[in-house]
Design a protein around this ligand. Structure first.
Ligand SMILES: [Fe+2]
Length: 309
């Protein structure tokens, strides 16, 4: 098997201000599939084409933001090895028991120097995507309800010390740098896009003075037409839109950014290219980040730099 180590983003737990209002939004407007509720009051969702039980979990709180972001690793032996590697690197980890998160095995949690809690886990119950495994059709009823992204694709986090964060992902967890934006000094990195796969990014991190901030969780759409349709659905439902529809210079991804009812930004995204670990990382200079952010408009949207949850 060519894919080892960290496989993919697996779940995000996001804080929302009014739970049922958020549930209605994520189910009926974004079009996620509700898969469970637990005794802590958390509500579990997945995207229609994901096969594991959950990928996006809501927890009611008086402050929006991200509790943690989790990555699925190949198997339990890989989880043990990566925990050992993190510890040897000097990062403290702790184990959360199987079942603490519904239908999810033991998780290894650690805090990044940017203030974000990251988890690794190896098992989550496969519930399928609603399409038979034998003679499968291309889509199902859940793929036509609301915006209906196919998967949780990546996250962008804002926080301090991203040079240290990069070392952890690259030197310990096996990610590689795909693209970066240089700081004003022309040397330091202001933002980095990292991949553990063939995707243009699995996580991105931007330097920001306040720790632990969520910029957005991103949901993958199957086509540009589906991104435009997402924009229609946002307008029909009076969803506050931040940027787009447009195309990023960074990653070449096509995008709309919008906010959920609690002020957590999310992205409906498609496209980009397929990098390999041996590719030279692409660099955007500080003075040209407007083009990196919004290629057609070449505009450095103020909200992108300053509004986080
Ligand atoms: Fe994104």
């Amino acid at each position: 098997m060519a894919m080892t180590g960290v496989l993919r983003p697996g779940h995000a737990q996001v804080r929302v201000l009014e739970l049922e209002k958020a549930v209605t939004f994520y189910r009926d407007v974004l079009g996620l599939v509700e898969t469970g509720r637990d005794d802590q009051g958390r509500v579990y969702f997945k995207c229609w084409d994901e096969r594991d039980h959950n990928s996006y979990i809501l927890r009611e709180s008086d402050q929006a933001g991200l509790d943690f972001f989790g990555f699925k690793v190949l198997d339990e032996a890989t989880l043990d090895q990566l925990e050992k590697d993190l510890n040897e690197y000097g990062i403290k980890t702790r184990r959360l028991p199987a079942g603490d998160l519904l239908e999810t095995g033991e998780r290894v949690r650690f805090t990044l120097p940017s203030g974000h809690d990251i988890e690794l886990y190896a098992t989550k119950t496969a519930v399928g995507n609603g399409i038979p495994a034998i003679n499968p059709g291309p889509w199902c009823a859940d793929s036509e309800r609301g915006i209906a992204p196919v998967r949780l694709d990546h996250t962008l986090l804002y926080g301090p010390n991203i040079a240290e964060v990069k070392k952890i992902f690259v030197d310990v967890l096996g990610f590689y740098l795909v693209e970066r934006v240089l700081g004003e000094d022309g040397d330091s990195e202001a933002a980095i896009w990292l991949s553990c796969s063939h995707k243009v990014h699995d996580i991105a991190i931007a330097e920001y003075p306040e720790p632990g901030k969520l910029h957005h969780c991103s949901f993958l759409m199957e086509s540009w037409e589906r991104v435009l349709r997402a924009g229609d659905i946002m307008s029909m439902n009076e969803v506050p839109v931040d940027i787009g529809p447009t195309r990023h210079g960074v990653t070449r991804g096509c995008t709309i950014y919008a906010w959920d009812p609690s002020g957590n930004r999310f992205e409906t995204f498609m496209g980009g290219y397929q990098p390999y670990p041996d590719y030279e990382p692409l660099t955007w200079t500080f003075d040209n980040f407007g083009q990196g952010l919004d290629y057609p408009q070449r505009k450095l949207h103020e909200t992108f730099l300053t509004v986080v949850s």
